[in-house]
Design a protein around this ligand. Structure first.
Ligand SMILES: [Zn+2]
Length: 436
């Protein structure tokens, strides 16, 4: 089975980011974008030298887009009910199946880094590129409340003072972190709710950004409320791991949040308000069966009521999900939104969670497919540029998806000199499940 090609010609492809009507010939040599010419220019010249793979788009409506970027995942959290972490070989393929070749891990990666590295060595490049933050920084326990993040089965760095900040940053840098995640939230989901977590001292929170910059690291902040976000913005933070979830923002609010970016993460909350039946339905889909762990269905039967009801938070959670949806759509239309699914949280499956986000936004009247694909292929500015390049320009590594013009799932996923199809990846997942 050949999937690596040193010289690829994609002919007559649409590139909506350039021009919606024009067709192009794209040449990829040794995994890099070598040339892009419009069909008006001479194809004969393109064809005159040998290529070893040609994708001909003349008779269909294939579009070329930069790869999808999952901007909020947790590779080290179990997506399933039985707390079973899928092998990284399979997790990597779950992302690729949906056309995601770049993944941002929003805390926890060091716990699975050895397994991930081993997988990278064996996979011959058939895995997404990741960027990670190490472990998140959070507030100390106060009045019996822990800092957000401490409720997950992964370490967090608790910071009380400047020495703690420096120590946490150093440990993350040693672990290879390329940005920093800071928890600044009391966990309030609805105005009037009681705080669930302790909040970082304002003074400490404001210093983390300054210290991180000394290490040349950007920060992403986890906030729930508008008030928390506004304070973070006053401290100089711009990038937020979630949309605001306590209120729907007004025009005036948005004016105060210029240059801020929010990750959608709807899928991470959705599982909390679903009944067992709804879970069962959501997972009885073709793409679920192609990519995810079989046998989850028996766990759904045990969910007699949504977690939101079990924990007395159903109203808050429904309110929060609604605000997150509305604020994400508004951010998307303002180009202040990137897609991310909070994969690793229960029911936000690796790869599939991102695809579910795409499906949700496509159903919204105000969102066009073009707007949506721009958000889905976008990274939080500044942070990713150091390592992840999916900009479609000459001499960059080819990280592209070929997608039918009325679809969201790519037919061809190109990562450097590798061409994959969802069908090929599903077969590999099945083979791996039998062999591992
Ligand atoms: Zn998360």
């Amino acid at each position: 089975m050949q999937i690596k090609y040193s010289d690829i010609l994609i002919s007559n492809v649409l590139i909506p980011l350039y021009d919606k009507n024009q067709r192009y010939h794209v040449r990829i040599k040794n995994g890099k974008i070598f040339s892009v010419t419009s069909v008006d220019q001479n194809l004969a010249a393109q064809e005159s030298t040998a290529y070893d793979m040609r994708i001909e788009c003349m008779n269909n409506s294939l579009e070329l887009w930069p790869t999808y970027v999952e901007n909020h995942a947790h590779l080290a959290l179990p997506t399933n009910f039985d707390n079973f972490l899928e092998p990284m070989e399979i997790v990597a393929l779950q992302y690729l199946y949906f056309g995601i070749t770049q993944v941002m891990d929003l805390f926890g990666y060091p716990s699975i880094s050895k397994e991930w590295d081993a997988m990278m060595e064996n996979s011959h490049g058939i895995a997404p590129t990741i960027m990670h933050c190490g472990y998140a920084l959070t507030a100390p326990t106060l009045n019996d409340k822990v800092g957000h993040g401490a409720e997950f089965p992964l370490p967090v760095y608790v910071v009380n003072n400047e020495a703690d900040i420096l120590s946490a940053l150093e440990k993350n840098v040693m672990a290879g972190a390329q940005f920093i995640k800071v928890m600044y939230t009391a966990g309030i989901e609805k105005p009037g709710d009681l705080p669930r977590f302790s909040l970082l001292q304002k003074e400490i929170f404001s210093k983390i950004l300054m210290f991180a910059k000394q290490y040349d690291l950007e920060c992403i902040v986890d906030c729930n409320t508008l008030e928390e976000v506004k304070f973070a913005v006053r401290c100089g933070y711009r990038y937020f791991a979630h949309p605001i979830r306590d209120v729907i923002l007004t025009e005036e609010d948005w004016n105060d949040l210029k240059n801020c970016y929010f990750v959608t993460t709807l899928q991470g909350l959705k599982g909390m308000v679903m009944t067992g039946n709804e879970m069962e339905q959501a997972c009885d889909t073709f793409h679920f069966h192609q990519t995810q762990l079989p046998g989850q269905e028996k766990h759904f039967a045990t969910v007699t009521m949504p977690y939101g009801i079990q924990y007395g938070m159903q109203n808050s959670r429904l309110h929060a999900l609604n605000c997150m949806r509305e604020n994400s759509i508004a951010a998307l239309l303002r180009n202040q939104c990137v897609l991310g699914s909070d994969a690793g949280n229960t029911l936000s499956y690796h790869g599939l969670g991102f695809y579910e986000e795409l499906l949700y936004f496509l159903q919204q009247k105000s969102v066009t497919r073009h707007n949506l694909l721009i958000a889905a292929t976008q990274k939080i500015p500044g942070i990713f540029e150091k390592k992840l390049t999916n900009a479609f320009s000459l001499d960059n590594e080819a990280n592209i998806n070929l997608i039918e013009s009325n679809e969201l799932l790519p037919t061809n996923i190109i990562k450097g000199d590798i061409i994959l199809t969802p069908h090929l990846i599903a077969n590999k997942i099945e083979t791996l499940r039998h062999s591992l």
